[in-house]
Design a binder for this molecule. Sequence first.
Ligand SMILES: [Zn+2]
Length: 348
Amino acid sequence: MSLQAVAKRFADEAAAWEYVERLRWDGKPACPFCASENVLYLAPRTDGPRTTRTGNKSYRRVWKCRECKRQFSCLVGTIFSGTKIPLSKWLMAIYLIVSAKNGASALELQRDLGITYKSAWFMVHRIREAMANGDSGKLFGTIVADETYFGGKPSNRHGYTTGHGGQRRSTKTPILSVVDKETGEIRSTVIPNTKYKTIRSALEANVDLPRTTLHTDEAHHFDGLAAEHHAVNHTAGEYVRGDVSTNMAEGFFSQFKRSVDGTYHNVSKEHLGRYAREFDFRYSTRRMSDGERAMNLIHRADGAFLSYRGLIATGPVALGSRSRPSGRTSQQRAGAAWLPQTSYRPAQ
Ligand SMILES: [Zn+2]
């Protein structure tokens, strides 16, 4: 889809709200605070969008829970929570980011969406957070495990030691990736070193080892960890033996490195993990269409918000840390002209 087509499809703010509601609730709206489905849609009193206190039009769709009496929208608890950026722009940003092979920078979003750099940066940050969210339990079955190194001299990048590590330059950062051979799902972890203990705990966090056949290279730090283990001997020039190889991980590493070099130039050690998870998402969803990938990301947006609590604690709807008096929102205190007075009574 071209940018024009994307813009056309998501330009309608009211449609964007209905789209996200449908994706999140699938026709069954539920309270994000108490999970009750006994909820009521608070329709604007007049047709069309309500007007905010500052005079802008708002297409926000607000619901009320009959059980806990709190108000909510489909954005509560997601990466969109508390946003002042129109939802249509969020959807466009998501589409642009997931459909670009190497991602899109905040600068590109600023230009394409006509928003401030600050807003664009914030959106990129939150969309990445969603990409890192929504892992579906530990991987098992036939799993490829391999590590690579970032930083240091390029000529040393693929250098392997067969011992327990510790001989590498400290400027290099190892990343351990595990790939499900059947589904192509990948998980990457930045690790401090490649000692046996470190590798084992990074593997255990992502892989159900007793139910797994591990495919690796000859590095000894993979020995004895899984139910079954087959290794190819790279130092002896062996890269494939039967169905055993680490090619999937190698392919991922080279794409990841090309993207980091080409798009981000230099990624600091602290941010490497976040970029790795972004590329995990791209790799794991590579067989999907751009539209499917965008929907997949919006599903992951649900719950990704939690790790952001600190960042948005001062936002208008901070899940679980609401500082305002319960039951009454700032809109209600301001008069709430858009609320249907017949069906709504503020909680006492
Ligand atoms: Zn509730």
